[in-house]
Design a protein around this ligand. Structure first.
Ligand code: HEM
Length: 491
């Protein structure tokens, strides 16, 4: 008996020694234990997980861009160097296994689909997000921004409040209305339930990743977590199937033509219309695929945009001199008018654009993304082996030395002068990088800058981001509330 135990211990130690001294690969992250690797570091809540993501990102930066970790026998790389990030993102298009955990929810939508299918679908869907299509969204973005401003009135002058509660519902309405062409506005109860369900689904995906024995389908399918996931999915899929059914009926009744006559807001062409057209004319997508794209667009588009708005409010509210500059710019462009933001205005709102980008650099809504390496990749300082998981740290890239000594400071001014920006073109990864980056980035940029232009014209914002405690829930979210207060501005 003792001999067997000794042999096992010796084997574990040899394996440990072998794996962590493999010279060509990135160095091991501290804390490796025989057999379980770094799995013990994953234990804990999502606050702990966020601290871990940050620590590994900084360690990768110190280790010249990358470190290795093991979850049991499974080896992961963690990369935080901008050039290496881009190289990996543009060499391996296959998403990592963790994305499989979200497939029961979003199937083969763009975020989770396998590389081959993704290439074909992305090509077909790119036109739905081109600049001409996006211009058609401006009025709708303005009217949604006004709705948000109006809904916030009850909080003006009443002390700190949870801005997230308002912005996520507004963002969900916007995505349903803009991307899917369905007007669900004033359905707050339904939306709250939907938003809570999606939040819990994110947590379930993460919980599964954190719990090694649930990586196996056999174990997971018998777990309580899976039962809960199924229940939430029934609700979420019912909603997207409902959207799809209504949209198909509308198209059949040519309601969209009528809508165009009814109001200006309907001049844009929703993303879902394009998919339905493609499937009708070219037979490209079946109903299941359409539902998966619908779920993906909602999932990828609303939470992320809402989080960025809340971070901007918290950060700008924390720095009065920055808010002053935001307001001066708004005054220069709009005077005292409360009019809509036009495309021409957007190109003049350079400081607001800088605030938006700097917020996404400082608190990236999606702090990491992950790829499956389907080939060996030679980086500047090491080689990554085929078959492994590679976590690309957006957070790490945004804290890289290329950003200068003030990388830890929130400084929108850095975006105003090319001389104060990094001299590598890939230092910003807020929407990921390479060909499999965010398809909705121009959509998000436009809608968020319009929202900010309305909010800061109407409210003075006070915040304190230093009080924020963050958690990693696939996305980066605050647990501590948003520490934001607003006051109505005197016109
Ligand atoms: C500020 C808001 C947003 C942020 C920070 C953001 C961030 C990202 C990131 C980091 C990725 C890469 C994900 C990965 O590789 O795992 C991504 C992909 C994606 N995003 Fe966004 N996103 C935002 C808004 C949007 C919006 C508004 C839409 C849709 C209207 C959208 C649709 C998508 C889709 C479909 C993908 C998958 C693209 C592909 O694999 O081809 N996103 N986004």
């Amino acid at each position: 008996m003792w001999v067997v135990i000794l042999l096992l211990v010796a084997l574990a130690c040899c394996t440990a020694w072998w794996v962590i001294t493999n010279k060509d690969e990135p160095p091991a992250y501290p804390g490796y234990l025989p057999l379980i690797g770094h799995a013990h570091l994953l234990i804990g809540d999502t606050i702990n997980l966020w601290n871990l993501v940050k620590m590994i990102s900084y360690k990768s930066l110190k280790a010249e861009g990358a470190v290795s970790l093991w979850i049991g026998p499974r080896r992961l790389y963690f990369v935080a160097d901008p050039n290496d990030f881009l190289k990996i993102a543009n060499t391996c298009f296959q998403k990592d296994e963790i994305y499989e955990y979200a497939k029961p929810w979003v199937g083969n939508g763009l975020v989770t689909s396998d590389a081959l299918l993704w290439k074909a679908h992305r090509k077909m869907l790119n036109p739905a997000f081109n600049p001409a299509v996006l211009d058609g969204f401006i009025e709708m973005f303005n009217s949604q921004a006004r709705r948000l401003v109006k809904s916030l009135e009850v909080e003006a002058g009443r002390g700190p409040f949870d801005h997230w509660a308002y912005s996520r519902i507004n963002a969900l309405e916007t995505i349903c209305f803009g991307a899917l062409g369905i007007d669900f506005r004033n359905k707050n109860d339904l939306f709250n339930e939907y938003a809570n369900a999606t939040e819990e689904l994110f947590s379930i995906v993460l919980k599964r990743f954190q719990t090694i024995w649930l990586h196996s389908d056999f174990m997971y399918n018998r777990s309580e977590l899976k039962k809960r996931q199924d229940k939430l999915l029934t609700f979420v899929h019912n909603m997207s199937n409902g959207i799809l059914k209504k949209k198909k009926a509308d198209l059949l009744n040519c309601d969209n033509v009528e809508d165009k006559k009814k109001g200006k807001e309907a001049i844009f062409k929703p993303f879902l219309d394009l998919i339905l057209e493609l499937s009708r004319e070219q037979g490209t997508f079946n109903d299941e695929e359409i539902r998966e794209h619908v779920d993906t667009i909602i999932l990828a588009g609303y939470d992320t945009s809402a989080i960025v708005v809340t971070y901007v409010l918290m950060l700008v509210g924390s720095y009065p001199h920055i808010q002053k500059k935001v307001c001066e710019e708004l005054h220069e462009v709009f005077g005292d008018e409360d009019r809509d933001v036009t495309k021409q205005d957007l190109s003049k709102l350079v400081y607001i654009d800088a605030v938006f980008k700097e917020t996404m650099r400082f608190y990236p809504a999606a702090p990491v993304v992950a790829r499956h390496l389907d080939k060996d990749i030679k980086l500047r300082n090491c080689t990554l082996s085929k078959g492994k998981t590679c976590i690309l740290s957006v957070y790490g890239v945004h804290r890289h030395a290329v950003w200068g000594l003030d990388a830890e400071e929130f400084k929108p001014e850095r975006w105003l002068d090319p001389a104060t920006l990094p001299d590598v073109p890939n230092a910003f990864a807020g929407f990921s990088m390479g060909r499999r980056n965010c398809i909705g980035q121009a959509y998000a940029g436009m809608s968020i800058r319009i929202i900010l232009s309305h909010i800061f014209r109407n409210y003075k914002v006070y915040g304190d981001h230093t009080k924020m405690v963050a958690r990693f829930d696939i996305l980066l979210k605050p647990v501590s509330g948003y520490h934001v207060q607003i006051e109505k501005r005197n016109k």
